[in-house]
Design a protein around this ligand. Structure first.
Ligand code: ZN
Length: 148
C-alpha cells in the first residue's frame, strides 16, 4: 500500500537522481563513451560506474549481469546505491582502473566486432586492469527508506 505522500516522495527521489545523473553527464569526464569515445553517452553500467553509448551498452548487456549491469540514464529508475557508484567512479576513474595497462597510443576499435573484443578483454578478462584495484564500497546517502 502506498499513500500519496509516499508516491510523491518516490517521485522526488527519481527527480533528484535524474538531476545528479544529468550533472555527471555534463562533467568533461563523462561526455564521451568510456569504451569507444562516441559523443554524448546516455547509457550506464552502474556496477562498473561508467557511461556508455547505445552501441557499447548493447555489448555490455551481452557480457551478462555478473559483469555489467546496464541501465538507461533517462528511461530507467535508479536506486541510491546505483547513483552512489556512478558518483564514485565515472569514466575517467574507470579508465584509470580498467585501462591501466593498455598500451600507449591504443586506438579504440570502431567496428562492432572489434569493440566487442575490446570490451570483453577489458571487463571480462580484465586484461588491462590496475593490479592494486579494489572496487569501491560507496557510502550510500541516508535517504534509502523508500527504495524498491
Ligand atoms: Zn561506445
Amino acid at each position: 500500500m502506498s499513500t500519496r505522500s509516499e508516491r510523491d516522495k518516490g517521485k522526488s527521489f527519481q527527480e533528484k537522481h535524474q538531476a545528479i545523473l544529468s550533472a555527471l553527464l555534463k562533467d568533461e569526464d563523462n561526455k564521451y563513451c568510456v569504451d569507444c569515445d562516441a559523443k554524448g553517452p546516455r547509457w550506464a553500467s552502474w556496477n562498473l560506474g561508467i557511461f556508455l553509448c547505445i552501441r557499447c551498452a548493447g555489448i555490455h548487456r551481452n557480457l551478462g549481469v555478473h559483469i555489467s549491469k546496464v541501465k538507461s540514464v533517462n528511461l530507467d529508475s535508479w536506486t541510491p546505491e546505483q547513483i552512489a557508484m556512478m558518483q564514485e567512479m565515472g569514466n575517467s576513474r574507470a579508465r584509470a582502473v580498467y585501462e591501466a595497462n593498455l598500451q600507449d597510443g591504443f586506438r579504440r576499435p570502431q567496428t562492432d566486432s572489434g569493440l566487442e573484443a575490446f570490451i570483453r578483454a577489458k571487463y571480462e578478462q580484465k586484461k588491462y586492469i590496475a593490479k592494486e584495484w579494489v572496487p569501491p564500497q560507496p557510502r550510500v546517502p541516508r535517504y534509502t527508506e523508500d527504495d524498491p
